[in-house]
Design a protein around this ligand. Sequence first.
Ligand code: PHE
Length: 391
Amino acid sequence: MTHFRFQGPRRIIAVMVAAAMSLAMTGCQESGSTASDEILIGHFASLTGSEATFGQSTDNGIKLAVDEINEAGGIHGKKVRLVTLDDKGDAREAGTAVTRLVTKDGVVAVLGEVASKLSLAGAPICQENGVPMISPSSTNPKVTKVGDMIFRVCFIDPFQGAVCARFARESDRIKATKAAILTDQASPYSVGLQEEFEKAFTAMGGTIVSKQTYNAGDQDFSAQLTAIRGADPEVVFVPGYYTDVGNIAIQARTLGLTKPLLGGDGWDSVKLGEIAGANINGCFYSNHYSHEDPNPKVQDFIRKYAERHKQTPDGLAALGYDAARILFEAMQRTPNVDGKSLAAELSKTSGFEGVTGKISIDAERNAVKSAVILEMKDGNPTYVSTIQPGE
Ligand code: PHE
């Protein structure tokens, strides 16, 4: 370097070296843990694919929470910066995204995923790297069993399955003694929720008259629906995601199957009504939140979210918002945002007043909360009832 005369081609090389060095330094500053004025958090989400609204809504909810904390001065005087990576709803992509967030970007915590299958793909990577992960909405029990770095802010499927079974069995709208089930056989969420529903429904004296399966993305459900029609159930439990459920509803009605379909939180998307149209009317699902809840906390969130994102938030948006706020609150309680300290603080979350209800993290790092039943009316989920845990 000392022999550079800054002439001709050598000068160009010197400029290039300097430019490369400054680029490298910018790179350093942008990687979370080394920047002194920012706290970097990651989000892995299905921003594209057949569950795209799951990731988009969750990200919008998180962004609102990030804006609010930064407007209020940040955390320990530092701004929070969110890095969101699209996993396209694919388990391998989810693993790649989480690896990048924790090893390359250096995030201090990870938010995600919605789909239990994708949370199960990301969780071992967070656990191994000692980075806390909070799933806003994965309900399969296995997710938090991955280890002590893995949390969630939603209820789990043994509860959700029982809620659905009780509604099927006892609500005046259904009062079923015979139920059929149509499960996405490669989805841990769908399989797990189906098992819990069956257990609870039969324990309440009901009978499962037909059990059918499909694979996510299937286009033709006529064989399964014909078999179900033949078994003459009073309700059909479909614990799948909204794109498949929309197609199933259309084909069920076409085949003359008129009994209500019933599902879980995987139905939660504006797309469900758009895909199925009137075919989904009079069908029910359990969820984490209703936009019709008059609670001022809920209505205040809806107003702020609509201002920022020009739409009514679904349950995913509300859970993303709550997950981010619980993370920020834990960060504020500890001067150290290293993985161990953060996980310790997250475990202490108790009585947090969320949009999706009061959130306390139990010893298994799950949240114990109420669920709501919604009915599809003219393409919109409308509030039916609330079920408390332990009821
Ligand atoms: N609970 C679902 C799962 O575990 C994900 C989901 C949550 C979907 C909430 C929609 C709304 O896979």
